[in-house]
Design a protein around this ligand. Structure first.
Ligand code: HEC
Length: 616
C-alpha cells in the first residue's frame, strides 16, 4: 500500500512513528531506507526493483527471513519486513499448486543401476559435461527436430538456476524459491516437494544408501541437506558455513559414503556498503558422512585466519586475507586419490597463493597436495566497481574460476586437466606434474565497458577430442533515457561466442561467433554465453543470455537448432511462467530428452522461472 509521499519524504519521521506505535511502518519508507541503496542501482549481481515487484510478498518474506536477504534483514523488525514485502510483492501465495500438478501415482523409485542418468553437475565425475550416445539417446538428426514436451514453472521465482538431475525417468530439481521437487521426466508431474531454508542453486544428487537413496544439496544461505529420495523426508540438515555471507552454489560430489561440499560467499558484494568491514569469509571444501551429516574434515582455500589489516579512508576496519570461494563442483580423480577444485579471487588484501587456482586435494584427508595459481594477486570486491571505498589495493581484476576443471585423456593416453577462467584463458594442466602448464589459449579479451566476466563463466564440455568453451563477456552501456534509474544496462550487441579447441595442443578448430540480440528483444537481452556447455556425439549445446538454447555441429560450429525461450509457457503445474536469460546451469541431455532452465535476473539478465523439457 502506498501512503503520502509527504510522510515518506522523511524516513526519520516515519521511524519515529513506528517506534512510538502510532502508525504502522510504511513499506515504501522501509524500502527506501533498507533496500533502495542496492535494488535501485544496476549492479549486475542485484536483481532490479522491477524484478522484485513480480514476486509474491510471501516469497519476499521468505527471502528476508531465510533467504538471500537474511543478513540484510538481521536488524529489521518483523513488522518492517512485512511492510516492505507487502509494498513490493504480489498477493500470490508461496506454493499453491492445483491437484492436477501432482502425479496420480506419487511413488518414487530410483534404480541403483539406471539405464541412463545425469546425476549431478556433469554426466560423470570427471566434469566433462559429455553424455555418450547411448545415455543421451539423441542423434544429431533428432536434435534438429527437438520439440517442447513440457514446461514446469517455479512459482513466484525470478530465476531458474538449479540444474536438474535425471535418473532413468526420475527428475530431482531445486529452485530459487527454496522448494525441491521430485518430478516424473515423461510428464513433469510432481511426486513430492520439500521446503528448504534458502534458494537452491546447486543440483540435487542422489546416492544409494542401503535399500534407499539419499538426496544431497546445499542452499544459498549455507545450509546443506540430506533427504530420502523416495519420500522427500529430511534425514538431516546442517550449516556448512557459519559466516553469514556463505553460499553453497556448487553441486556436491559423493564418494564412498562421504559427500564433499564446496563453499563460496556473497561477501564480495557486501563490501558495496562502505561501512562493511571487509572481509572475513574463506572458501573451503567440507567432507561430511552421508549417513548423518557429521563432519569428516574441512579444508580452507585461504589457510590463515583473517586479521585486521587496517582501516579504509572513512575509518571502516579492514580484514584479510579472505576470499578464494569455491563456486564449482570438485572433479574426482580416483586413480590418484585426489579431487580438483577451482577457486575464486581474494576479497581483501593480502592476496594469497590459492586464489584463482586449480587445487589438488587428497580425498581421504583434505590436505592440499598441489595448487596451480593461474592469476596471482587478484583481490577484488564489488566496491572496486563503484566508489572504491572498500576496494583492496590490488583492485581486481576479479578473474575467478566459476567452472570445474575437466579430467580427460590426451590422444597420447596421458591425463590432462582442462580449466577455463573468467579471464578469457583456457588452460591444459598436467596432473602428474603438479598442474604444470601443457598449453594455454586465450578465447576472449577484455574490452572497455565489459564486466570482468570475459571468458568461461560456468563450464566447458569435452568429447575427448575437442574442448568447447563459450565466451561470456557481457557488455554494459549507460542507459540513453535520462529517467532510467539504472546506471548500466546489458549491451544487446556485445558478448558471447563459442570456441572449439583441440585438446592435444590447444589449436583452434572452429569459432562460432555470437548471435546478437534483435532490435525488438527485451531489455536485459545479451548475446553473452555464460551458462555451462553440454556435448553429446556430434553436437554441442549452449544457452545464451538472450534466452536462446542453441545446438551447434561439433565438427564445424554451424547452428543446427535454435529455440527462443523468452516467452510465456503453459506449464504442467499450472504456474504462470516465462523464460528469460540462460545463465549458470547448462542443458541436461539424457534418455532422449533435453532439460534446460530458463530465467536469470542476476547480472541484469531477463527474469524467468521455467524448466523446459524437449524431445524429438
Ligand atoms: C547490500 C545490498 C542489498 C540490500 C540493502 C538489499 N538487497 Fe536484496 N539483493 C541483493 C543482492 C546482491 C541480491 C542477489 C542475491 C543472490 O544472488 O543470492 C538480492 C536479492 C533479493 C531478492 C531476490 C532473492 C531471490 O531469492 O531470488 C529479494 C526478494 C530481495 N533482494 C529483497 C530485498 C529487500 C526487500 C530489501 C530491503 C529490506 C533488500 N533486498 C535489500 C542486495 C541487497
Amino acid at each position: 500500500m502506498r501512503t503520502s509521499s509527504f510522510v515518506l519524504a522523511s524516513i526519520g519521521l516515519t521511524l519515529l512513528f513506528a517506534s512510538v506505535g502510532t502508525a504502522a511502518p510504511s513499506g515504501e519508507a522501509v524500502y527506501k531506507q533498507r533496500c533502495a541503496g542496492c535494488h535501485d542501482q544496476t549492479n549486475p549481481r542485484i536483481p532490479p526493483r522491477t524484478s522484485l515487484t513480480q514476486m509474491p510478498a510471501a516469497r519476499i518474506m521468505k527471502t528476508l527471513d531465510f533467504g538471500a536477504m537474511m543478513t540484510v534483514a538481521y536488524p529489521m523488525a518483523r513488522e518492517d519486513r512485512e511492510a516492505v514485502a507487502a509494498y513490493l510483492g504480489t498477493k500470490a501465495p508461496l506454493i499453491s499448486l492445483p491437484a492436477s500438478a501432482y502425479c496420480s501415482d506419487r511413488s518414487v523409485k530410483v534404480s541403483n543401476t539406471p539405464k541412463f542418468s545425469w546425476n549431478g553437475w556433469s554426466s560423470g565425475a570427471n566434469n566433462a559435461r559429455y553424455q555418450t550416445a547411448s545415455a543421451a539417446g539423441l542423434s544429431i538428426d533428432q536434435v534438429k527436430n527437438l520439440k517442447l514436451k513440457w514446461a514446469f514453472g517455479f512459482d513466484g521465482d525470478i530465476t531458474s538456476f538449479s540444474q536438474p538431475s535425471v535418473i532413468d525417468g526420475q527428475v530431482f530439481v531445486g529452485s530459487a524459491g527454496g522448494v525441491i521437487y521430485a518430478l516424473r521426466a515423461d510428464t513433469g508431474c510432481i511426486q513430492w516437494t520439500y521446503e528448504t531454508n534458502g534458494p537452491v542453486r546447486s543440483s540435487v544428487i542422489s546416492v544409494p544408501q542401503g535399500e534407499k537413496h539419499t538426496l544431497l544439496f546445499g542452499d544459498q544461505t549455507g545450509w546443506f541437506y540430506g533427504l530420502e529420495a523416495e519420500t522427500g523426508k529430511q534425514i538431516w540438515k546442517r550449516k556448512i558455513e557459519e559466516h553469514d555471507a556463505a553460499r553453497l552454489t556448487a553441486t556436491p560430489i559423493a564418494y564412498k559414503g562421504v559427500v564433499y561440499v564446496p563453499a563460496a560467499s556473497w561477501e564480495e558484494t557486501r563490501s558495496l556498503d562502505p561501512n562493511y568491514p571487509c572481509c572475513t569469509f574463506r572458501g573451503s571444501i567440507m567432507a561430511l558422512k552421508i549417513s548423518d551429516g557429521t563432519q569428516v574434515y574441512k579444508s580452507y582455500m585461504v589457510t590463515e585466519t583473517p586479521k585486521q589489516t587496517g582501516k579504509t579512508k572513512r575509518g571502516t576496519p579492514t580484514f584479510g586475507p579472505s576470499g578464494a570461494g569455491v563456486w564449482a563442483t570438485p572433479t574426482l580423480d580416483e586413480k590418484r586419490g585426489l579431487m580438483y577444485i577451482t577457486t575464486g579471487d581474494n576479497y581483501s588484501t593480502p592476496a594469497t597463493n590459492m586464489s584463482d587456482a586449480v587445487v589438488a586435494i587428497q580425498i581421504s584427508t583434505g590436505k592440499v597436495v598441489w595448487s596451480k595459481q593461474t592469476f596471482p594477486n587478484d583481490a577484488y570486491n564489488s566496491s572496486c566497481g563503484t566508489d572504491k571505498q572498500n576496494c583492496p589495493e590490488e583492485d581486481g581484476p576479479d578473474y575467478d574460476f566459476g567452472s570445474s576443471a575437466i579430467l580427460t585423456k590426451l590422444p597420447n593416453g596421458r591425463d590432462v586437466l582442462l580449466a577455463g577462467q573468467k579471464s578469457g584463458m583456457v588452460y591444459a594442466l598436467d596432473p602428474d606434474k603438479k598442474g604444470e602448464l601443457l598449453w594455454q589459449v586465450r578465447i576472449a579479451t577484455q574490452f572497455p565497458g565489459a564486466s570482468p566476466s570475459v571468458g568461461v563463466q560456468w563450464g566447458m564440455a569435452t568429447d575427448g577430442q575437442k574442448v568447447y568453451a563459450a565466451t561470456s563477456s557481457p557488455g554494459r552501456t549507460p542507459p540513453k533515457d535520462p529517467l532510467d534509474i539504472r546506471r548500466n544496462i546489458l549491451d544487446p550487441k556485445q558478448g558471447g561466442g563459442l570456441t572449439a579447441l583441440r585438446i592435444s595442443d590447444g589449436s583452434k578448430v572452429w569459432y562460432a561467433p555470437p548471435i546478437v540480440c534483435k532490435d525488438d528483444a527485451p531489455s536485459g537481452c545479451s548475446p553473452a554465453q555464460s551458462s555451462a556447455v553440454t556435448a553429446i556425439p556430434g553436437v554441442v549445446f549452449s544457452g545464451s543470455m538472450d534466452g536462446h538454447l542453441r545446438a551447434y555441429n561439433a565438427e564445424d560450429g554451424k547452428v543446427l537448432y535454435d529455440f527462443n525461450t523468452v516467452r510465456s509457457f503453459t506449464t504442467v503445474n499450472g504456474v504462470k511462467a516465462s523464460g528469460g536469460s540462460m545463465d549458470g546451469p547448462g542443458p541436461v541431455v539424457v534418455g532422449g530428452m533435453v532439460l534446460v532452465n530458463s530465467g536469470y535476473s542476476r547480472f541484469g539478465g531477463i527474469s524467468g522461472n521455467v524448466l523446459l523439457a524437449f524431445a524429438p
